[in-house]
Design a protein around this ligand. Structure first.
Ligand code: KG4
Ligand code: ZN
Length: 343
């Protein structure tokens, strides 16, 4: 019988302080997430310095809680996986410093994890039978990527946004509609009351590449609202929300299906915070089934930032012997698939 591998994951790249214990890369023993949303809400977005300070207050208690909930001892851990980028550098440094200190204290290896690769691995936790090769559509507040994964350690970026990430566009459009932060879930709720009656642009949808652009869509919504205001016309905010969401959905579905077809891949794995969105989940599921593609998406708690996905990604690095030294530094703009875990 092979020995179980237990990884402690730590995540502090943005405004969630999170720690989790994952067994054999797929079984979540604990998944503790302390969100700072309430703290940042009044500023209309994440304030980096405030995020870092709160991670400092919370990290120790969150890791202790993850260990207690998993009912394990520190010595049972095989390795500590920690997000070292991309993200807010001050926020990343809190989790990374904590992980380094713990790694040194308990003499267990440290594994630096790329946050975006972590999002992809949420699907492996949710779908125990899922294996590469696959195409992953990563849609979060900071990223919109189509990634071809040939195996667990190979990530090829097929396309990415040229400007705003889809989640960023959701948040900005929500702000101009007066919905507050974080905008994605609020805009989704409002869209349920409207119809996609307005024609907003679907940038790059017919271009022969797998890249995205959402800044033109965001500007088109702002221009529409300004024009309506200047001419004293009533605005149906729910229709604006539904029309915006339909435009996002059309583009990401078209590009994701094209990515699968171009690479002869029959599995599409959706992930990232925006993958919480029911409308997008349903549209991608039906576009996939119409094209003979198997569609995968994690449960919502694994879509937004969490440390279980970081531990899962770390597990596969551990199997390859890809551990990091204590000189590992935070890299705010770390690229997916980057191998330079040490600088
Ligand atoms: O992955 P995530 O938790 O953090 C990053 O790595 O960026 O994603 C956060 C993003 C935010 O832009 C948020 O508005 C968006 O995910 N989001 C949603 C929904 N829930 C979260 N966007 C659309 N609909 C949702 N239901
Ligand atoms: Zn994220």
């Amino acid at each position: 019988m092979t020995k179980d591998i237990l990884i402690l994951g730590i995540e502090t790249s943005c405004d969630e302080t999170a720690a989790a214990l994952v067994k054999n890369g797929r079984e979540v023993l604990s998944n503790v997430i302390l969100s700072q949303i309430d703290i940042h809400e009044k500023y209309g977005g994440v304030v980096p310095e405030i995020a870092s300070r709160n991670h400092i207050y919370d990290i120790s208690g969150v890791v202790d809680e993850a260990i207690n909930q998993a009912n394990i001892k520190l010595d049972d851990i095989d390795a500590i996986a920690v997000t070292y980028g991309p993200g807010l550098v001050g926020a990343l440094l809190v989790g990374l410093s904590y992980a380094k200190a713990l790694s040194f204290a308990i003499d267990k290896p440290l594994i630096g994890v790329n946050h975006i690769e972590g999002h992809i691995f949420a699907n492996f936790i949710e779908h125990k039978e899922l294996e590469p090769p696959l195409i992953s559509l990563v849609v979060s507040g900071g990223h919109t990527h189509l990634v071809y994964m040939e195996n667990y350690d190979n990530f090829q970026i097929l396309g990415a946004t040229k400007d705003d990430a889809a989640g960023e566009a959701y948040d900005k459009v929500a702000r101009v509609l007066g919905l507050g932060y974080p905008g994605g879930p609020k805009l989704e709720k409002l869209a349920l009351e409207g119809t996609a009656a307005l024609e907003f642009p679907r940038a790059m949808i017919h271009e022969d590449n797998l890249d995205f652009s959402f800044s033109g869509l965001k500007s088109a919504v702002i221009n529409y609202l300004n024009k309506m205001n200047m001419t004293n016309q009533d605005i149906n905010k729910a229709d604006v929300a539904a029309s915006f969401q339909q435009a996002v959905s059309d583009v990401i579905a078209a590009k994701a299906i094209a990515a699968c077809k171009a690479n002869g891949v029959t599995k599409l794995a959706f992930c990232g915070g925006v993958a919480c969105n029911t409308f997008l989940r349903e549209n991608l599921a039906s576009a996939s089934s119409e094209n003979g593609i198997e569609f995968y998406v994690p449960s919502r708690i694994l879509c937004t930032d969490n440390a279980a996905m970081i531990a899962a990604r770390g597990h596969y690095s551990y199997l390859q012997g890809n551990t990091s030294g204590l000189a590992l530094n935070a890299i705010a703009s770390l690229k997916i698939g980057a191998k330079e875990v040490q600088i």
